[in-house]
Design a protein around this ligand. Structure first.
Ligand code: OAD
Length: 239
């Protein structure tokens, strides 16, 4: 039986953030070379910004989606996928990342609480669609045929993340919560560790530096995700 700090582990919830994709070459948000250093999030990642300057917002997300063609998953993505496929209990993976590197690293279940770059949302028919290529304020929705109503399928500041009911129920039933590569600044994700703690779970943080919510974790493993995630997964699978 796998144990952490002497406690048996059957159900694991993993939360990932931009730090997990950093070694693949995707910029994080809040590091010194991060996306929010170069762009004001209030000019890009809010419904109001999209209303004010949709062309800028389409450009930003088209560029980020196109960048996915030039990057590959790293050992952290692959190790989490290995945990999901080989662990004897349940492993639920929730990510704040909007890239597709967990899937390409082999994960079959990924909950994208902040949406996905490879998806676009039609506000006329409410359908999410795969993105066929660059799109903008003139593109027709492939589902309902209405033009000019497609937006990035990204949860912006002020919007409610996807699948919160499922996530909260997983947190309330887990024995181990792992957060990797996230600064612990953006809620509700930053509060997941407290939810898991309240449920009696063991909590482990993996990050290059301690996060804003580090005090809620039983263990801090400081270092790059590719190395630290791989080491932790090996420990969990060895028991
Ligand atoms: P942040 O950019 O806020 O934090 C990334 C964290 O990863 C930082 O704490 C870094 O120290 C750490 N880090 C960087 N490189 C790492 C590495 N190689 N290994 C391990 N850790 C590393 O990104 P998030 O916490 O994911 O939302 O940001 C949360 C949300 O804020 C995002 O989903 C995004 C953003 O606004 C939306 O766009 C809706």
């Amino acid at each position: 039986m796998t144990q952490v700090n002497g406690r048996p582990i059957n159900r694991i919830v993993i939360l990932t953030g931009a730090g997990v994709s950093a070694e693949s070459g995707l910029a994080t948000f809040r590091d010194s070379d991060g996306l929010w250093e170069k762009h004001d999030p209030m000019e890009i990642a809010t419904p109001e910004a999209f209303e004010r300057d949709p062309a800028l917002v389409y450009r930003f997300y088209n560029a980020r989606r196109n960048q996915l063609q030039d990057v590959e998953p790293n050992e952290a993505h692959r190790s989490f996928a290995r945990l999901q496929s080989q662990f004897s209990g349940d492993v639920f993976l929730v990510t704040q990342n909007v890239d597709d590197l967990h899937e390409r690293g082999g994960s079959e279940q990924v909950c994208h609480m902040h949406g996905q770059l490879n998806s676009m949302l039609c506000v006329a028919c409410s359908q999410a669609q795969p993105v066929p290529g660059d799109y903008d304020g003139t593109t027709y929705c492939p589902a309902c045929g209405v033009a000019g109503k497609l937006r990035p399928d990204i949860v912006w500041f002020g919007e409610i993340p996807y699948q919160m009911d499922t996530i909260v129920s997983m947190l309330r039933n887990c024995d181990l919560f792992i957060a990797a590569g996230t600064s612990g600044v953006v809620y509700p994700a930053a509060g997941f560790v407290q939810e898991a703690l309240a449920a009696g779970a063991q909590t482990i943080e993996i990050n290059r530096e301690v996060s804003e919510v580090t005090g809620y974790f039983h263990q801090q493993r400081c270092g790059v995700a590719s190395r630290e995630v791989t080491a932790l997964v090996e420990e969990l699978l060895a028991d």
